[in-house]
Write a protein that binds this ligand. Structure first.
Ligand code: S3P
Length: 448
């Protein structure tokens, strides 16, 4: 669990260019789902390339608490003996999902239609995040839950003994809501339908199909209608987890802003529901080559070759937000080094991530000498054409992506950039420091 230890202050500073090959860990979204779908299927699911970050490990522990056999068989290699749809046992103790919104929300969905009770908690960040957006649709299946004010964790959920299928229109562009509803629908009879106005990441749909569920996506006037046939027998799979584009974003963006850099990142997942950042960077003038485009494990991948570039500010289309929602913090750093302003609208969801990411970036960027405007659902960064002061300390609020964004920033600012606590980085990118160090980045823990 992150956020339970002492803060880890860190500092990054300008050095030489970033050079070399960065082998990025497995995709966080796919890794969570591999454990959960493995636990809900019959037989042994074998996973390679799993992200062994704390968020995913907490989900693995949770699956064991619900009765699955979860075993590490090698480096990033795991085996899950599942209990089948409807086969979850009641956990004997509280399920602690640490920092992981995806973990807790998907697991609530997965248990909501089984006649068992479970209590969920997490670290200070997760305990402050809204869960009503998940418990409301799950109540339609017949699940009951009691949490703190606004449904926040700790929260106890009593799964439905006689679940009914649900037709639900998601009020937010959220793959976590969509996935929780689809996972709950697995143990309800008949068709469960989830409607979303904008397409969010579709790993759950792809993987459910891979495990043998019948899932159809239809484009309609209302957006996208996803229909799942309930009570399938999910069959164990062999999964090669693609490398995480959201983690790749950090070395990619660092290489763009550090003069003279050239970095290669093999095998990066480029699922179109995840790759919006790369489209935006190319529009800004980034020199990124997508080499050896191919398909691996049902997901499009390519090797990325990134060279330091002169960038110009752009207006990011709000319709692109779901496909790059986790990348706005690092984009706002890149935008600080661009020429002209970068306008990011339609990003209200950033306010309910591991922290309020608009607020965290605005306050931190200003401390580094950057002019930023913001509102309830937008952020505008006034680029300084490479001339960024730095010299401040950013507060990370137990948020891994805020920490990594500012540490990348300090590699190109005039003065070093510090973060008050890099402890949360282990949740999604445990090898961040070593990987960046191997490229030549100067990032260190303070007092060392
Ligand atoms: C995720 C969905 C996104 C994203 C998170 C991972 C997922 O959250 O921010 O990091 O794996 O489904 P929302 O669904 O709340 O947008």
């Amino acid at each position: 669990m992150s956020g339970h230890g002492d803060p880890i202050p860190m500092t990054s500073r300008k050095g030489g260019p970033l050079k070399g090959t960065a082998v990025i860990p497995g995709d966080k979204s796919v890794s969570h789902r591999s454990f959960i779908l493995g636990a809900l299927s019959v037989g042994e699911t074998k996973i390679t390339g799993l992200l062994e970050g704390q968020d995913v490990l907490d989900t693995g522990k949770a699956m064991a608490a619900f009765g699955a056999e979860v075993t590490r068989t090698g480096e990033q290699a795991w085996s899950v003996h599942g209990v089948g749809v409807g086969g979850f046992a009641e956990p004997e103790d509280v399920i602690d999902c640490g920092n992981a919104g995806t973990g807790v929300r998907l697991i609530m969905g997965a248990m909501a239609t089984s006649p068992i009770t479970a209590t969920f908690t997490g670290d200070a960040s997760l305990r402050s995040r809204p869960m009503g957006r998940i418990t409301e649709p799950l109540a339609l299946f017949g699940a009951k839950s009691v949490g703190r004010t606004k449904g926040m964790l700790p929260l106890t959920m009593v799964g439905a003994a006689d679940p009914v299928p649900v037709r639900y229109t998601s009020p937010h562009a959220s793959a976590q809501i969509k996935s929780a509803v689809l996972l709950a629908g697995l143990n309800a009879p008949g068709e469960t339908v989830l409607i979303e106005r904008e397409a969010t990441r579709d790993h759950s749909e792809r993987m459910l199909r891979g495990f043998g569920a019948q899932v159809e996506t239809m484009k309609t006037a209302a957006g996208f209608e996803i229909t799942l046939q309930g009570q399938p027998e999910l069959v164990a799979q062999t999964i090669a987890v693609p490398r995480d584009p959201s983690s790749a974003a950090f070395p990619v963006c660092a290489a763009l802003i550090v003069e003279g850099s050239e970095v290669v990142l093999p095998n990066i997942g480029l699922n179109p529901t995840r790759a919006g950042l790369f489209d935006t960077l190319v529009e800004m003038g980034a020199d990124i080559a997508f080499e050896n485009r191919r398909e691996e494990g049902g997901e499009p991948v390519a090797d990325l070759r990134v060279k330091a570039s002169s960038l110009s500010g752009v207006e990011v289309p709000p319709s692109r937000a779901p496909s790059m929602i986790d990348e706005y913090p690092i984009l706002s750093v890149v935008a600080s080094f661009a020429k002209g302003k970068t306008v990011m609208r339609g990003v209200a969801e950033l306010r309910v991530k591991e922290c309020d990411r608009i607020d965290a970036m605005v306050v931190g960027l200003r401390a580094m000498g950057v002019t930023v405007e913001d509102g309830p659902d937008y952020m505008i960064v006034h680029g300084r054409e490479g001339d960024v002061e730095g010299g401040g300390t950013a507060k990370t609020h137990l948020d891994h992506r805020i920490a990594m964004s500012f540490l990348c920033m300090g590699l190109a600012t005039k003065k070093p950039v510090s973060v008050d606590d890099g402890g949360a980085i282990v949740t999604s990118f445990p090898i961040f420091n070593d990987l960046m160090g191997n490229l030549g980045a100067q990032i260190s823990r303070d007092n060392h």
